[in-house]
Design a protein around this ligand. Structure first.
Ligand code: APR
Length: 240
């Protein structure tokens, strides 16, 4: 039975007003990523990192799912069990749209994690103020639940599993900088890249120069505008 693997990135939430990382005016333009998103930065200045995620969590409360989030939620519902959606995004906009089975590869902004027993617990959009206690073990050494550069991303095993069991790979709104989408695309006969920009390949040794040259379909549009073309390809693939 045909199955879809979706890997989404910050571009999926861009039309909801959440900044991407590496676009012009992206998040990494006015933050030093290694100060706020690396284990070294966390060791050096915990409060700076906590403040960074508090700001992004406060901002998320008022963000709404966009058309692409809603179409992907409907897709999950219509093809229950045949769609695996792995996201690099830490926002909850797919869940706000009603999605149930999103795999967050880089963690979740609306949760905190106990550094003693690793229990994850929800705080919605509240600010982490430092007096939180783990509901499981009572420990007060609590951190954001976002995967930082320099530490393991446990859910990546789901990524490799999905490649094996899927027949169509769809990359939406990711530059491929952290998760290289070219090797994944090479594993698939059928694949779709959705991105308004043509991204160069990171490696200079590729015979091709652009990421999209490794995909069967390249929909060079914003996520919201790409949904109709994407659904046409999906319907044909799922009925084969
Ligand atoms: N629709 C679709 N794609 C878009 C849109 C849009 N409206 N706007 C921008 N994009 C594309 C950009 O062209 C770019 O290719 O989304 C991609 C965003 O790339 P990044 O900013 O690098 O974000 P992402 O790929 O998700 O980053 C991966 O890096 O910093 C870490 O942990 C962080 O999860 C993040 C990871």
């Amino acid at each position: 039975m045909n199955k879809i693997m979706i890997l989404s990135g910050a571009g999926l939430s861009a039309e909801s007003g959440i900044r991407t990382f590496r676009d012009h005016n992206g998040l990494w333009e006015n933050h030093n990523v290694m100060e706020v998103c690396s284990t070294q930065g966390w060791i050096t200045n915990r409060s700076k990192v906590t403040h960074f995620y508090n700001d992004r969590r406060r901002d998320l409360e008022f963000k709404k799912p966009n058309h692409a989030h809603k179409v992907l939620t409907q897709l999950e519902h219509d093809y229950r069990g045949r769609v695996i959606h792995l996201t690099q995004n830490i926002d909850n906009l797919m869940e706000k749209a009603g999605a149930k089975d999103i795999i967050h590869l880089h963690g979740t902004l609306t949760d905190l994690r106990c550094e003693a027993c690793t229990q994850i617990f929800n705080i919605d959009y509240a600010q982490q103020v430092g007096n939180e206690k783990c509901p499981h073990c009572g420990n007060t050494r609590i951190r954001h639940n976002v995967v930082m550069f320099g530490e393991a991303a446990p859910e990546y095993t789901r990524l490799y599993q999905s490649i094996k069991e899927s027949t169509l790979f769809i990359a939406i709104g990711t530059s491929g900088t952290v998760i290289d989408i070219i090797p994944i695309a090479k594993e698939f006969k059928h694949s779709i890249l959705i991105d308004p920009k043509r991204q160069n390949t990171a490696s200079t040794f590729d015979p091709h120069n652009y990421i999209d040259e490794y995909f069967e379909h390249f929909i060079q549009k914003k996520a919201g505008d790409a949904m109709e073309d994407m659904m046409d390809i999906i319907k044909e693939h799922m009925n084969q």
